[in-house]
Design a protein around this ligand. Structure first.
Ligand code: ZN
Length: 381
């Protein structure tokens, strides 16, 4: 997400939506594309964070107008704790639009969430906000919900693992109870997969590297659901069942990679070898198949700067060639790409941004006349 614009990215073509939910964040298939060059069986779908001004109903048409094939939106205003509960007709209009334009939808949680906070009250609030996003995602038939993990505030990553796992399980329990209460008698909609996003690695932020996210997912896969966030530390872990990440609980878990965050965290993904190192690391950790979404942002901040500033595609330090290599990498073709960039006007991703990424995807060079655009302060998102 883009903090400055308050806009959200969208979701992939609906073809894969059900597949994602059923078999994990990574199982979705993009439609085979006629543009796929020899050697690439298919090409990924690309889209953008879309503004929710005016509510959810106008969002799919807005996304389609940008040329997006997938979209991401905020589940509620990202800078406040106030939750929003769309009326059934607003949700129905959203879902009709998603079907009409064949747009898979991702939600992004609010910026205030800190699932790793040593402060039990803040953690409980964060779990409640996450539960709200999961419920909204379930009701909208979303392909996934993306969240930042948060900051351990100096307590150390190791100390945060149990807290994060507990908060997420608490959110899951709350979300299920809320859905059950709302759907009396009918079958509940399934919770969308939850995708933990890579962070820039500043200060005490959790999720700075693949190893940290792997540790969190492992803890979640092996831990029983918590009753509440700030109590119940006595919950006994379930017996470890092999090293599989297949969760013992219905909530599907995975990762959202953000190219600007990875770059600022020190992954040299602007170079071919650096990209391959990252993909190898994901593969070794058993997580390549768990990547459910990629935030395709250029970085206005330098490699390993730990600063979160997104640039329009091709205008940052990852650059056109670097991003094109990522969009066209054979290991990533099944994963949707979503832009969270400032756009030409600073109002969020625009049609030119989306069109440029489609050129990257097609293996074409950047047009000479492409204008240069402003950078945005990172969204933390
Ligand atoms: Zn992001």
């Amino acid at each position: 997400m883009n903090k400055k614009t308050g806009k959200t990215p969208g979701s992939p073509r609906t073809r894969g939506r059900k597949g994602i939910r059923r078999s994990g964040p990574t199982s979705q298939q993009a439609a085979p594309s006629p543009e796929a060059p020899s050697g690439l069986k298919q090409l990924p779908i690309v889209g953008a964070q879309i503004s929710t001004a005016g509510g959810f109903a106008p969002v799919p048409e807005r996304a389609a107008a940008l040329g997006a094939e997938v979209m991401q939106i905020f589940s509620s205003n990202p800078r406040t704790w106030r939750t929003r509960h769309p009326e059934p007709d607003e949700m129905a209009a959203l879902k009709t639009g998603l079907r009409r334009y064949r747009l898979p939808l991702f939600f992004h949680t609010i910026y205030l969430i800190n699932l790793a906070s040593p402060d039990g009250e803040l953690r409980a609030r964060s779990a409640a906000a996450l539960a709200h996003a999961l419920v909204t995602g379930a009701l909208a038939g979303a392909a996934g919900v993306v969240t930042h993990v948060g900051s351990h505030r100096g307590e150390g990553f190791e100390a945060s693992i149990g807290l994060v796992a507990e908060a997420i399980r608490s959110a899951e329990t709350t979300a299920r109870e809320t859905l059950a209460a709302e759907q009396t008698g009918q079958s509940e909609p399934a919770l969308p997969p939850l995708l933990l996003e890579t962070a820039v690695g500043a200060g005490a932020i959790v999720g700075r590297n693949i190893g940290e996210l792997r540790a969190l997912l492992e803890a979640l896969a092996l831990r029983p659901p918590a009753r509440a966030v700030s109590r119940d530390r006595s919950t006994r872990p379930a017996p470890p069942s092999a090293s599989s990440l297949t969760p013992g609980w219905p909530l599907d878990l995975g990762l959202c990679l953000d190219t600007a965050h990875l770059f600022a965290a020190g992954y040299p993904i602007h170079e071919e070898t650096g990209l391959q190192v990252l993909l190898d690391e994901l593969d070794r950790a058993g997580l390549l198949s768990r990547v459910g979404l990629i935030h395709l942002n250029d970085s206005a901040s330098e490699l390993a700067s730990n600063r979160d500033r997104h640039a329009n595609p091709g205008d940052g330090l990852i650059g056109y060639e670097g991003l094109a290599r990522i969009v066209r990498h054979p290991a990533l073709t099944r994963i949707p790409f979503v832009l969270e960039v400032p756009g030409a006007e600073g109002h969020g991703p625009d049609a030119d941004n989306v069109a440029l990424v489609k050129l990257m995807r097609a293996g074409l060079p950047r047009p000479a006349e492409a204008p240069s655009r402003p950078e945005s302060p990172g969204h933390g998102g």
